[in-house]
Design a protein around this ligand. Structure first.
Ligand SMILES: [Zn+2]
Length: 245
């Protein structure tokens, strides 16, 4: 593939551009994950609040049930007390009295249960209040954090667009077949490193010793030279001492 020194230099610049684009992409890719973590935190707090509210509701229901039972027992007592005056036999009288006593004992037990439920309800109400306050305090911060991440993402994207434009400007300065070969390697090499600098007489990509003739050709840059071992496109770094041809 024919090349020129200028095209070889542009190819190195192109790779620098691609590295800059990739580095910005890595930053952009971090953002959705970071936002998802914050949202999970928000949801976690909301679900804790929801659970606490459900517990408070269950306690309230149970308390109402017990209170209804107390009302029913009180009605029984009232009814049986009224019947005491109308019964004809001692047995019937005693039976009513036994029922009244039993109802009174049941009310006493129910009242103890109601008091316990009231204590529970107070504890849960405190918990609910604490979570609500935490939610309010933290949610504002979380929303701000999300907005900051979104802003970062926009900034990275804007910078990436600039780098992309610079890349696009370089493309026409590089022969088309060289470009194709570069793009092909870029997709396959770790970190998109399609190019390898010649370091002394070694391939900077895989560290294999390069034949002297290859190094000479890389310096000339009249045609594309690739490493026989890792197939990267070889180039001579700008600051390297040019070996005598
Ligand atoms: Zn190599």
């Amino acid at each position: 593939m024919p090349l020129s020194k200028e095209a070889a230099r542009q190819l190195v610049r192109l790779q620098d551009q691609d590295k800059a684009i990739d580095a910005l992409q890595a930053e952009i890719d971090k953002v959705p994950k970071a936002i998802a973590e914050i949202n999970a935190r928000i949801e976690g707090r909301k679900s804790r609040l929801h659970d606490t509210k459900a517990r408070a509701g269950a306690i309230g229901m149970k308390k109402k049930e017990k209170e209804a039972q107390v009302t029913a027992k009180e009605a029984d007592i009232k009814k049986h007390s009224g019947q005491l005056n109308t019964v004809k036999t001692n047995d019937a009288f005693r039976a009513l009295q036994t029922e009244i006593e039993a109802a009174k004992a049941a009310i006493s037990d129910l009242e103890t249960e109601i008091l316990t439920l009231m204590d529970d309800s107070e504890i849960v109400a405190k918990e609910e209040k604490a979570i609500s306050a935490e939610l309010k305090a933290e949610e504002g911060k979380d929303r701000e954090e999300i907005a900051a991440f979104e802003k970062d993402k926009q900034n990275f994207e804007a910078k990436q667009n600039v780098e992309r434009q610079k890349r696009e400007a370089l493309v026409p300065t590089i022969p088309e077949d060289v470009m194709k070969h570069y793009d092909y390697l870029r997709k396959r090499k770790p970190g998109g490193a399609a190019l390898a600098p010649v370091l002394k007489n070694l391939c900077g990509g895989c560290r294999i010793a390069l034949p002297p003739q290859v190094v000479v050709e890389v310096v000339k840059a009249a045609k594309l030279q690739t490493c026989e071992s890792c197939h990267r496109i070889l180039y001579m770094p700008e600051n390297a001492a040019t070996p005598a041809a």
